[in-house]
Design a protein around this ligand. Structure first.
Ligand code: SF4
Length: 402
């Protein structure tokens, strides 16, 4: 599309606006994205805002620290794999407390962008627990006393019931409220953002962001974006280049590697799929519509026991990989975990990877057994609910070593 066809009244890619929320005086204001566009992407924008606005040596748990949620110009445009969000703040647990950024998937990035914001700057601190409701341009700071103290799953459900199920909830758990340095933010029930950002939100008494976005994101040349997205899905994500091969010998494949996450294979199913089992089969390179079957993560993490519990693969906004599994495990609920389990990363298999992996035969639980699967789901549920997922499971390694 030639430039002359662009509408000067529309913003393309970027929404052009940054939301600033001051929790001390309960004010909300808007600043333009323009000064930050050259830092391209949520990571650049969030880090530049921290660099400009938070002085070195600031106590990370003081009102002077800020938390910046930021997305990029491709977020929510339909481009594959553009659904992640950067959350920058001062580190709670590293030397000198320098700027760190957490990265999260889920739906929160797309919700923020569709609500009309390239970034959200949280500053100051509230005296009472609050949550931030963002409904497009309508922004409110609301009391959170009823959900303060709740786990992340219960908070997500309570705020979804209160505001509507089309809102995306990003919340902290008791770990963040109690300022544990490793605490994480969980959005869309199962997607974590680490780097201690939840304890900074806890210090500001901000329990959650609850966001609904209904606005379109414009791109200058929709056909070019669609063509490039198809190319990316077919020839890059959907290829079997770069050593991305299935884990078993398949009819079409020259190579396979038992360690690959590409575990789809004939006869392997999402056994609890709605409407009956769905076979993962043998997705072939370049088949856009079968990319999502390739990574049967429950089977990869837990072995054959997992198949009968698997509902489907799940994942982040606009990502075709869908790298984690939703499972229904009644024995998890019976032992203090969630019945429906799943997370984008380590909480899928904390016990297997870090307890059995480190302790070996000092634990009576065998890897890839029914018991290990249940232990994994219970442990993962508890850590998720506390909001204590961290640094690819460092805390589980610490516990195992202790
Ligand atoms: S679904 Fe998995 S692979 Fe895709 S963006 Fe999310 S974490 Fe990454």
């Amino acid at each position: 599309m030639a430039d002359s066809k662009l509408d000067p009244g529309k913003s393309y890619g970027w929404t052009g606006k940054i939301l600033r929320v001051n929790l001390t005086d309960k004010t909300v204001s808007v600043t333009p994205t323009d000064p930050y566009k050259e830092y391209l992407g949520g990571m650049g924008v969030a880090n530049k805002i921290m660099y400009d606005e938070v002085a070195p040596g600031t106590d990370p748990l003081s009102p002077e620290n800020k938390v910046v949620f930021a997305v990029g110009p491709l977020t929510a445009t339909g481009v594959p794999l553009a659904g992640r969000t950067t959350i920058a703040s001062l580190s709670t647990y590293t030397k000198d407390h320098q700027v760190v950024d957490a990265h999260t998937g889920g739906m929160i990035g797309a919700a923020i962008k569709k609500a009309g914001w390239d970034a959200i700057i949280i500053e100051g601190a509230s005296d009472e627990p609050v949550y931030l409701k963002i409904d497009d341009d309508d922004v409110e700071i609301k009391p959170a006393d009823k959900v303060w103290g709740m786990g992340t799953r219960a908070t997500t459900e309570a705020l979804s019931r209160r505001e509507g199920t089309d809102f995306c909830v990003a919340t902290i758990g008791p770990a963040g409220e109690n300022l544990l340095p490793y605490a994480c933010i969980i959005n869309s029930r199962n997607h974590s953002a680490g780097a201690g950002t939840a304890s900074v939100l806890g210090s500001k008494k901000l329990k959650a962001l609850v966001v609904r976005g209904t606005q379109p994101i414009y791109v200058a040349d929709p056909q070019a974006v669609a063509d490039l997205s198809d190319y990316m899905l077919r020839e890059i994500v959907g290829s079997n280049n770069n050593h991305v091969v299935p884990s078993t010998q398949q009819e079409w494949a020259e190579y396979f590697d038992k360690g690959s996450r590409w575990t789809a294979q004939k006869g392997l199913t999402w056994a609890l799929a709605e409407g009956g089992p769905i076979e993962t089969g043998e997705p072939k390179p370049g088949e856009i519509n079968t990319v999502g079957y390739r990574c049967m993560k429950s089977f990869k993490d837990e072995g054959p026991e997992a198949e009968k519990y698997t509902i489907k693969m799940d994942g982040c906004h606009s990502c075709p990989i869908h790298c984690y599994s939703d499972m229904r495990v009644p024995a998890s609920a019976a032992n203090g975990g969630y019945e429906i389990t799943g997370n984008t990363c380590v909480p899928n298999f904390p016990f297997t990877n870090y307890m059995i992996g480190i302790l070996g035969d000092k634990t009576p639980v065998a890897a890839a057994s029914e018991d290990a699967l249940v232990w994994d789901q219970v442990t993962g549920s508890v850590m998720d609910d506390l909001g204590l997922w961290c640094n690819y499971g460092q805390i589980y390694r610490d516990i195992a070593h202790c």
